[in-house]
Design a protein around this ligand. Structure first.
Ligand code: ZN
Ligand code: ZN
Length: 404
């Protein structure tokens, strides 16, 4: 049995870019190591989830790890909370939240509290509390946005919003839409009551009022979502898994699956990350783990920025960093791909297929010599991301036989 490595260049896939003379960033990049691995391996195209789906990073990483989002995905809420760096575990409830302003009668005056942007970290952390053993944690996001996660037994997302979604309306009492939701609603209402008392006297708000700004004296909750009840990675595959990534959504997802999160100094989740540090942490992790997923976010960042030159340089830095992987092929099966395409000209995710390569010693090879969107179309495989783990298990001699 071999160890398994899955390297994800987030948003890797692209379309022709004018500034690169009609090439994709990957085609234009100097990438001797990626090309070498492609020439040793079997290549192909990978559809994110399935052909033509424009997936988010949450659904596509679930899928890459072999969890079919069509079966397990329960909505954005829990994943947005993960993205803010909150821990979310199976069964937890997550709300999207706004810091808003209400008058003394509970009427919403501003759903964004003058688009508050400073001090929300202090406001959020002041709202972390424990009610009857249920743990409430709040984390600030961009401007007035935040998230609330509740941890404890028997929670239900079948509850209404406290956010009336309109200025001039009264903050709603949260209600359970079914029997299971009633207990959760009661807990949330008690939290909101305590939160009001804390926010009313909070130094950040005192200061705001002094400066003629509206206080952020209410947490408006909406879109309750329950974290999916996912089979832990180790139970599903019999492998001890580790994750190396610079962005909280991916480390949070892997944490939710019970994988170990390996922190790397200088891993930023941006284009200026510690590329070499991540790869040496990966090689190190293979001594103690059977499976390691490594995410480089910079390619997606450059795609959203619409900057093919930057995307090309991120790929070149990844290419240099992965050079030592060539020495791991005897004992390791490696897949390199993206989670979805983020074409620079689109500045968002597309449903295009991506290149993927699988390589290990003694594996089948095809005639592909270059790793890019077009060359890989001539490879041996066409695969959906949900089946990538199956393929990796197979080439690492870990699959069970299906049938007699
Ligand atoms: Zn992504
Ligand atoms: Zn993206």
């Amino acid at each position: 049995m071999k160890k398994i490595v899955l390297i994800v260049l987030d948003g890797l896939g692209d379309r022709p870019n004018k500034i690169l003379h009609g090439r994709t960033a990957l085609q234009a990049a100097y990438r001797p190591n990626l090309n070498h691995l492609a020439s040793l391996g079997i290549n192909g195209v990978m559809h994110p989830i399935k052909p033509g789906i424009r997936s988010g990073s949450d659904t596509s990483h679930l899928s890459l790890l072999g969890y079919d989002p069509e079966e397990v995905y329960t909505g954005r809420g829990p994943f947005e909370a993960l993205g803010l760096g909150l821990e979310v575990l199976p069964g937890d409830i997550a709300f999207r939240a706004n810091f808003g302003t209400v008058d003394s009668g509970g009427i919403v005056m501003d759903r964004r509290a003058d688009r508050i942007s400073q001090g929300t970290d202090l406001l959020a952390s002041s709202l972390n509390m424990n009610i009857d053993g249920y743990i409430f944690r709040v984390k600030e996001g961009v401007e007035h946005r935040a998230a609330l996660v509740i941890h404890g037994p028997g929670l239900s997302s079948a509850v209404t919003d406290s956010d009336p979604h309109e200025v001039g309306k009264k903050v709603e009492t949260v209600k359970g839409v079914d029997e299971a939701g009633k207990r959760t609603a009661e807990l949330v209402n008690r939290f909101l009551e305590k939160a009001r008392n804390i926010l009313r006297n909070h130094p950040v708000n005192t200061e705001r009022i002094k400066n003629g700004l509206k206080p952020a004296n209410e947490v408006l909750l909406r879109g309750a979502g329950k974290a999916p009840d996912l089979i832990p990675f180790e139970k599903k595959y019999g492998m001890k898994g580790a994750c190396i990534a610079g962005i909280p959504m991916i480390t949070g997802l892997c944490n939710m699956l019970g994988m170990d999160i390996i922190k790397v100094k200088g891993a930023t989740g941006r284009t200026d990350t510690n590329y070499e540090g991540k790869v040496s942490a990966l090689i190190n992790a293979l001594k103690t783990h059977d499976f390691v997923i490594l995410n480089f976010k910079g390619t997606d960042v450059a795609g959203h920025d619409g900057d093919p030159i930057l995307k090309k340089s991120v790929i070149e830095r990844v290419d240099r960093a992965i050079a030592p992987l060539k020495n791991q092929l005897e004992n390791t099966a490696i897949a390199i791909t993206g989670d979805h395409s983020t074409p620079c000209e689109m500045k968002d995710h597309s449903g295009d297929h991506l290149p993927i390569l699988f390589v290990t010693s003694g594996n089948l090879r095809d005639r592909v010599k270059r790793f890019d969107e077009i060359s890989c179309m001539e490879g041996g495989l066409e695969i959906n991301s949900t089946n990538v783990m199956d393929y990796l298990l197979q080439i690492s001699d870990r699959s069970d036989k299906y049938g007699a």
